[in-house]
Design a binder for this molecule. Structure first.
Ligand code: GRF
Length: 217
């Protein structure tokens, strides 16, 4: 089986990376990780990649004077590894317009809220402060505007009485791991296409699997 070649970009913990590694380990899974790139040399996720015998590469942003020269090296590394889909998994760098134009509809991200609500890096705290009762996660294509590209999959996750940022993040993370691997699977099978700049074209049969709502327990 021809497998979709993934490049996973990380900056830290790497739990989403690990869940993708686990999915890729299944023989029938239609994707494989060909490279993991971190902008931080001490990212824990690098250890998971090394343990799985995946090529790793560190491109430290602090060594670059501007965003575009960092992105040029990132782009060259991804191209030379034959990457076909870039998966941002806790990658804490904004990508330049130049880079995003190089990879149209070939970059996906996972965000720990129900977009378009609670964009940015402080979503759990904002969710709790707002009093909403349902949060979740979103897998979306990456466009020039942060956390705003076409939405592919969402999971609804309850916000419970007494939650703090950590307890909510932990509950949402369980769904993140399910959603990210599932979306990659569907993209690899060619089941997800961007219709216009904002919506994703999904057959009615597939759409049911792209709305995930774990129970309140
Ligand atoms: C996840 O919550 C993801 O949604 C967000 O950053 C976090 C990364 O976690 N973009 P991990 O490094 O995958 O454990």
């Amino acid at each position: 089986m021809k497998k979709l070649k993934l490049g996973v970009l990380i900056s830290g913990r790497g739990s989403n990376l690990q869940s993708i590694i686990d999915s890729c380990a299944e023989k029938s899974y239609p994707a494989e990780i060909v490279i993991v790139i971190s902008n931080k040399p001490d990212a824990q996720g690098l250890k998971y990649a090394i343990a799985a015998n995946i090529e790793t590469h560190i491109i430290e942003h602090i060594n670059y004077s501007d965003r575009e020269s960092f992105d040029k090296d990132l782009n060259a590394t991804l191209y030379s590894s034959g990457v076909e889909l870039i998966c941002l998994a806790g990658f804490m760098r904004l990508l330049s317009s130049w880079f995003i134009e190089k990879w149209p509809n070939k970059i996906i991200n996972i965000h720990p809220s129900l977009l378009p609500a609670f964009k940015g890096s402080n979503s759990h705290a904002e969710v709790i402060a707002s009093g909403v009762k349902i949060s979740g996660c979103t897998v979306h294509f990456v466009t020039k505007e942060m956390d705003a590209g076409p939405i592919i999959m969402q999971a609804a996750v309850p916000v419970l009485q007494g939650d703090d940022e950590d307890s909510l993040a932990k509950r949402i993370l369980v769904s993140e791991h399910k959603c990210y691997a599932h979306v990659i699977h569907l993209i690899a099978l060619g089941k997800i296409n961007v219709k216009n700049q904002q919506t994703v074209d999904i057959s009615s049969k597939t759409i049911e699997s792209l709305i995930y709502s774990p129970s309140l327990k």
